[in-house]
Design a protein around this ligand. Structure first.
Ligand SMILES: [Zn+2]
Length: 286
């Protein structure tokens, strides 16, 4: 474990400098495209706002329907600064309110044996072992059904996330960056439980277009069978506080994934911690 981690840590510095030098590594069009590409985020804004409008009503209905189930759990325990007391929990809620401690590094990081659109062993190929195995199973099942998925970006250390946010803030301003980019400690990628997934049909990019492809649809329908959820669905942007990200799957374990899927909940709904914001001044919130 230590050995693996040292290797990852060693790669990290290399990645940061290369990412900075290339402005997010646009050389292959997929490198860190997710929360670093303002192009993608601007492209998403219309969708996102559309979804936001449409959802004002739906959210009200959802709130009324919440009473029909008592499956919701208490919110996770945190320190006063919002750091999770149990950051390694597979079902940890990680968002702008519930943070991973700055010194949290997951154990058992491995590279899942799945397709990536790039070579080498950069930090972002890693995941925790349990989700890595499940990702392998999910990709294998997809392949049986002639759906070719590709993993694009997994583990990201606190330091790396910090560098990415700083670069985005420098480029677009902090308020703008905060809309599409997570601050250090607030990214699920630090947990080793998240993977960004794409497909050749969208050039391996992290784009909302993925949601309309057969690969994106397959992922949405089947991820829960392997313990994953689409963490930022299109119709939940008001609740998660994040734009629609059909590519970002988060491992939560099969039980919770099943519960969320059945109830059409995101994690915030399960924990009764819906992201509170006034959509008219979302930039003020975090
Ligand atoms: Zn992601």
């Amino acid at each position: 474990m230590m050995k693996k981690w040292m290797m990852v840590a060693g790669m990290s510095g290399l990645l940061v400098s290369s990412g900075c030098a290339n402005n997010g590594g646009e050389e292959n069009g997929t490198d860190e495209a997710e929360e670093t590409s303002s192009g993608a985020s601007k492209e998403n804004n219309e969708d996102s706002q559309e979804a936001t409008k449409n959802n004002a009503e739906e959210n009200t209905e959802e709130a009324e329907n919440d009473g029909q189930s008592d499956a919701g759990e208490d919110a996770p325990e945190t320190e006063e600064n919002g750091d999770l007391k149990n950051p390694a929990a597979v079902d940890a809620l990680i968002n702008r309110e519930y943070h991973l401690p700055s010194d949290y590094e997951p154990e058992n990081l491995v590279i899942p044996d799945v397709a990536f659109p790039f070579e080498g062993e950069p930090q972002k190929k890693y995941m925790r072992e349990e989700p890595a195995v499940q990702l392998e199973n999910m990709f294998a099942k997809a392949e049986e059904e002639e759906i070719e998925l590709s993993a694009v970006s997994g583990y990201r250390s606190y330091d790396r996330q910090e560098s990415i946010f700083a670069a985005n803030a420098e480029k677009d301003g902090e308020e703008e960056a905060n809309k599409y980019s997570a601050r250090a400690g607030e990214s699920e990628h630090q947990s080793g439980l998240a993977m960004d997934v794409s497909a050749a049909s969208v050039g391996y990019s992290l784009t909302t277009d993925l949601g309309d492809t057969k690969e994106g649809e397959w992922l949405e329908e089947n991820a829960h069978e392997y313990g994953f959820v689409i963490r930022y669905p299109k119709d939940k942007t008001e609740i998660t506080g994040y734009q629609y990200e059909p590519w970002h799957v988060r491992y939560v374990g099969e039980d919770l994934a099943g519960t969320l899927h059945e109830n059409d909940w995101v994690m915030e709904q399960y924990y009764g911690e819906e992201f509170e914001k006034d959509s008219s001044n979302s930039e003020e919130d975090k």
